[in-house]
Ligand binder design. Structure first.
Ligand SMILES: CC(=O)SCCNC(=O)CCNC(=O)[C@H](O)C(C)(C)COP(=O)(O)OP(=O)(O)OC[C@H]1O[C@@H](n2cnc3c(N)ncnc32)[C@H](O)[C@@H]1OP(=O)(O)O
Ligand SMILES: O=C([O-])CC(=O)C(=O)O
Length: 372
């Protein structure tokens, strides 16, 4: 028996949700470029969960259902208020709060497809409220209730900042949500499928996935990209900084990808948004610095920028605190996790691979009192 480190290149399941073939990303067969340019995030969530784009009537009722579910139980708000949030990473708080949602849902362990779809809707709606409530509570502000007439993207920014966002902000944020919604069998999605393949519940699957997304090799990279750009400070420092990283054999966050060879098709959209937004905020240096780094690493190592690279300067330009970048990834990706969870339930088999044993063999047992 031989093993493949990191399961690279292993096809672990079949899925109808999204695909990456020859560096091209599609959701249910639709090119990511078309969806990003033309769709609201709600349309994309509907697509992922129903494997078809909604018509106008279906979209209107889906939006209304989502808006109806956005309030979170007061117990969760009280829980967030009971901590010293200054030292808590938001991803830890979101992971715990999402797990708590299951305690308030009397359908949590109801396993019919209808009940699981209802829970999916609740989770998708409430995670946005949880992340924004966290962002406000830790700054000593009261959470802001969602407005039913706003889109999902607009509501997020409204609940976070307490004022209605500009159109250009909503457009950029909506695109970012669409771009992050699903990505085949990435680490967090795989985690969610492994979890629910034991026939555990939806809340457990999403909580597990948030834990996987938190790590710096996955969703946690976007926050660290902004930390890096801030450390670099000025454009002229960018290349010497990266050279030093290479000399120390450190990874550059937001660069490289397990699946894409020539480039992540989501990066160009985020690059464009970064250029546009940083020029509006008068901080083009973040964009210029990012381009220099991307070009240098492409040339030196052949590594492409991934989705986390330019999302950092996009979210920064929207005035979002840096440690909320990964929770925002979760607000979008929960749509993909839920699609995969529903797909897993619909044709389930326990996921249980093997490990190649490489430990010691044929050991002679020694009783406790005789061991040195
Ligand atoms: C939403 C997302 O999850 S996108 C990914 C977000 N993560 C990041 O941006 C973190 C930085 N990137 C990485 O760590 C990696 O590129 C990953 C985790 C994304 C993919 O990793 P893998 O396919 O496992 O590649 P692996 O880590 O084995 O790297 C292969 C080689 O490329 C190098 N490499 C890969 N990524 C980078 C990087 N970002 N910076 C510098 N070198 C890198 C490795 O050092 C290794 O070199 P070696 O063969 O000389 O030892
Ligand atoms: O697919 C991956 O390995 C990581 C990624 O880009 C994502 O989850 O969006």
């Amino acid at each position: 028996m031989s093993s493949t480190k990191g399961l690279e290149g292993i096809t672990a399941t079949q899925s109808q949700i999204s695909s990456i073939i020859d560096d091209k990303l599609t959701y249910v067969g639709y090119d990511i470029d078309d969806l990003t340019e033309n769709c609201s995030f709600e349309e994309v969530v509907y697509l992922l969960w129903n494997l078809k784009l909604p018509n106008e009537e279906e979209l209107a009722s889906f939006k209304a259902e989502l808006a109806e579910e956005m309030a979170v139980p007061q117990g969760i708000i009280d829980h967030l208020k009971s901590y010293d949030l200054s030292s808590v990473h938001p991803m830890a708080a979101v992971r715990t709060a999402v797990s708590m949602l299951g305690l308030y849902d009397n359908e949590a362990d109801e396993m019919t497809e209808e009940a699981n779809r209802r829970k999916a809707l609740r989770l998708q709606a409430k995670i946005s409220t949880i992340v924004t409530a966290f962002g406000r509570i830790r700054n000593g502000e009261e959470p802001v209730s969602p407005k039913k007439e706003l889109s999902f993207a607009a509501n997020f920014l409204y609940m976070l900042n307490g004022k209605e966002p500009e159109d250009i902000e909503v457009e950029a944020f909506n695109k970012a949500l669409v771009l992050h919604a699903d990505h085949e069998l990435n680490a967090s999605t795989f985690t969610s499928r492994v979890c629910v393949a034991t026939l555990s519940d939806v809340y457990s699957g999403v909580t597990a996935a948030i834990g996987a997304l938190k790590g710096p090799l996955h969703g946690g990279a976007n926050e660290r990209v902004m930390k890096m750009l801030s450390e670099i400070g000025e454009e002229d420092n960018a290349i010497p900084y990266i050279k030093e990283k290479f000399a120390n054999k450190e990874k550059v966050m937001g660069m490289g990808h397990r699946v894409y060879e020539n480039g992540d098709p989501r990066a160009k959209h985020l690059r464009d948004m970064s250029r546009q937004l940083t020029s509006i905020t008068g901080e083009s240096k973040w964009y210029n610095m990012s381009v220099k780094i991307e070009e240098f690493i492409k040339e030196e190592k052949g590594l492409p920028a991934n989705v986390d690279f330019y999302s950092a300067s996009v979210y920064h330009s929207l005035g979002i605190e840096h440690d909320l970048f990964t929770p925002i990834f979760a607000v979008s990706r929960v749509s993909g996790w839920l699609a995969h969870i529903l797909e897993q339930y619909s044709n389930n088999r326990l996921i249980r691979p093997r490990a190649e044993y490489v430990g010691p063999d044929k050991q002679t047992f020694v009783h406790l009192e005789e061991r040195s």
